[in-house]
Design a protein around this ligand. Structure first.
Ligand SMILES: Cc1cc2nc3c(=O)[nH]c(=O)nc-3n(C[C@H](O)[C@H](O)[C@H](O)COP(=O)(O)OP(=O)(O)OC[C@H]3O[C@@H](n4cnc5c(N)ncnc54)[C@H](O)[C@@H]3O)c2cc1C
Length: 655
């Protein structure tokens, strides 16, 4: 803080950038030096002649402190910086220089288009804030061991007490939200059919066994031990009564043991004070334009179950093709893998599948491979409707991706549409430019093109529409949010009058006043940032409900009461009176393209920093994914799996 105060603006921006990068990549560094950033959470400063008193909101960690203000000469006297509790503090003069102080009379209005430096600065503050919260939670965990909780989760839920926050979904958005939510302020209940979070960018790796599926998941109960979880699927919502209708139990019947579970299923109503909707989107299960597209005919890659099915499906085909008495034509068909969709999921799956096939058939290494006899009979075809694969990447990277895939033996067919799917083993494709049709006989079709809204999301939008209609308001579904739940800039669902419902992640789409949609990409990056954002909105005690709003659909910024006392000031850092809207900070994108090559396009907001393809890109890809793992456990497991595959080769057992 002292350094930045003395630096020129440009240098300060660079420093903030570096600090953000460090904090994003190595949050633990911040954790270890957390005692030095305690000051940024200060909410109230009081001054007398030679004394600065800082009242910290997180009293449990750093109690109210009083410091002699001996450092007004601006000297870099380290002695004067280190005080009681080993907390560093700058004097008020410097603090005022460093942060904008917002007085009662001089309230700042949140402007559109906040600059990058400000977003970065906020990110640093947020990271520090989260780290403090985690620290407090860790300290509480040891006390909690002695207090057993009621076996029936809902007993505590119906009691009077702290506000009840109901989180729907345990994906990227829901997971980030429950990690950051302050459970000392709220009772938090999570509903989802899957009792874990999945690191989806690595699903393609698990679908061929490069890494094991258990290495990329985290149990919801471990994500935050203070939240309660119910395995179930939300079916409906009543926003007026503030209840979700939930079907208890697992979502899918996969074996007899689970069948017993399903028979005992109940449907119950679960009330809430604040609901956070993060149920994501589903795969395209059917399409009027593509007859035959169904979950019976194609494989998807959306969940751990999908990845497991795909893994054993591919090994099935290899075993099947190895059966005696088959002709080469039959073997060729069985070993033709068609992947539809040239976005990140389709390309990464092709890259991983090519690695797997090349390893198990011995194409890459001249050793006795398990399916070496099938080496000349395998084929992977990537079908992409657009003129190029990975349209979101720069042109030179797209070219590298194509070369890399083709180098690994993948046939890339761009400008090609799927017209018809006939059973599990045949599809008709058509060239977009020449209109020429082609029938492909194959062993497996993997559908990695597009997503669609969940039934629940459609029900939710319809319910909100009817409530708005009754009140004579415009129907939110008329807003151009393309099947996503329309939310305002603070992620509140438009049309829920008291702001008691927030929607985040793939399921939500921002619509600004006037009806213009500002849809962000449906990515893990956006979902995780939104999850953490809404949690902080609640932790910082913003009032989501706006009394007598000018516009019943767009309620305006959530606010909070200003600190009392004549001399009190509100530091913009953490305690600004009006909540800032959600600001997405784009950090770029990555994609694995097979053969130990990947694309890494590193960005900061709308600025492209650098991009790498090939093996350097691959190194970056691996480093980022290791750092971004959600726990030390998964980080170690992923590293171990990579090592295991490298040393011992592929596991071709079918379970
Ligand atoms: C294979 C694959 C690779 C990807 N790679 C990348 C990548 O490299 N980078 C990137 O940024 N993004 C990537 N994505 C996209 C990213 O995973 C999504 O954008 C992200 O998961 C969205 O998060 P979400 O929380 O909105 O939804 P999800 O993560 O889909 O989570 C939805 C949650 O809601 C639960 N749920 C569903 N229905 C109900 C219900 N009725 N009641 C209660 N709970 C319900 C689900 O069980 C799940 O827990 C990838 C996606 C896939 C499938």
């Amino acid at each position: 803080q002292r350094m930045i105060g003395k630096m020129k603006k440009q240098k300060a921006k660079v420093l903030i950038g570096i600090a953000l990068f460090t904090s994003q990549c190595n949050a633990f560094i911040l954790h270890s030096s957390i005692h030095k950033v305690g000051i940024v959470t200060a909410r109230r400063i009081q001054t007398s002649d030679d004394i600065v008193s800082v009242e910290n909101k997180t009293e449990e960690v750093i109690p109210t402190m009083r410091f002699n203000d001996t450092d007004t000469d601006g000297s870099d006297d380290d002695e004067s910086l280190m005080r009681d509790n080993d907390c560093s503090i700058v004097n008020e003069l410097e603090l005022r220089k460093f942060v904008k102080i917002v007085n009662k009379e001089d309230r700042e209005i949140v402007e559109e288009g906040i600059d990058l430096a400000e977003i970065l600065f906020d990110k640093i503050i947020d990271t520090a804030d989260d780290a403090l919260l985690m620290m407090r939670r860790k300290m509480k965990e040891s006390d909690a061991i002695q207090e057993p909780r009621a076996a029936d989760v809902l007993n505590e839920w119906y009691d009077e007490g702290q506000p009840r926050v109901l989180v729907i979904g345990t994906g990227w958005a829901g997971h980030a939200c429950i990690k950051v939510l302050d459970t000392s302020q709220f009772r938090v209940l999570v509903i989802s059919p899957s009792n874990h979070f999945v690191f989806t960018p690595m699903l393609a790796s698990t679908s061929v066994g490069t890494i094991e599926s258990r290495s990329i998941v985290e149990s919801t109960r471990d994500s935050n031990p203070f939240v309660r979880y119910i395995e179930g699927k939300a079916l409906d919502i009543n926003t007026a009564d503030k209840t979700f209708k939930v079907k208890l139990g697992k979502d899918e019947l996969t074996n007899d043991r689970e069948a017993i579970c399903i028979e005992e299923n109940e449907i119950i109503d679960i009330p809430y004070d604040i609901a956070i909707y993060s149920a994501g989107v589903g795969p395209v299960l059917s399409s009027k334009n593509i007859p035959g597209l169904s979950k019976e005919n194609v494989y998807f890659l959306k969940s751990v179950d999908d990845a497991k099915r795909l893994r054993s499906g591919v090994i099935d085909l290899l075993e099947n093709a190895s059966q005696p008495g088959r002709t080469d034509k039959e073997r060729r068909q069985l070993l033709t893998f068609v992947v539809v969709g040239g976005g990140p999921t389709g390309v990464e799956y092709c890259g991983e599948l090519a690695d797997f096939i090349n390893d198990v058939t011995g194409k890459r290494k001249s050793r006795l491979a398990p399916f070496a006899s099938l080496a000349k009979l395998t084929k992977i075809i990537l079908v992409q409707g657009a003129p190029d694969v990975l349209p979101a990447f720069d042109a030179n990277l797209r070219q590298s991706a194509r070369e890399s895939l083709e180098g690994e033996g993948v046939t890339v067919r761009t400008n090609t549409k799927v017209k018809h799917i006939i059973g599990k083993e045949k599809l008709v494709v058509v060239g977009k430019e020449d209109g020429v049709e082609d029938t492909i006989d194959c062993g497996v079709i993997v559908w990695a093109a597009g997503t669609m809204p969940l039934q629940l999301t459609e029900t939710l939008i319809a319910n909100i529409d009817s409530t708005c209609r009754e009140k004579g308001l415009a129907e939110p579904s008329s807003l151009s949010s393309r099947g996503r739940i329309p939310v305002d800039k603070w992620q509140r669902v438009i049309g829920v009058p008291d702001g008691s419902m927030l929607a985040i992640g793939d399921a939500s789409g921002t619509v600004v006043e006037g009806g213009e949609a500002k849809l962000l990409p449906q990515t893990a990056q956006v979902a995780a940032q939104q999850g953490a954002y809404v949690a902080r909105l609640l932790n910082r005690q913003y009032n989501l409900n706006v009394e007598n709003p000018k516009n019943m659909l767009y309620l305006g910024p959530p606010t909070k009461n200003q600190a009392k006392g004549r001399e009190s000031v509100n530091i913009e850092v953490r305690g600004r009176l009006e909540a800032k809207p959600f600001q997405f900070l784009n950090l770029g994108q990555l994609a694995y393209t097979g053969g130990g090559e990947a694309l890494s396009q590193v960005e900061l907001g709308d600025k492209k920093l650098f991009s790498q393809a090939g093996s350097t890109g691959f190194l970056l890809w691996r480093s980022v994914y290791i750092v971004k793992q959600v726990s030390t456990k998964t980080r170690l497991l992923v590293l171990f799996d990579w090592f295991k595959t490298q040393i011992f080769g592929r596991d071709v057992t079918r379970m």
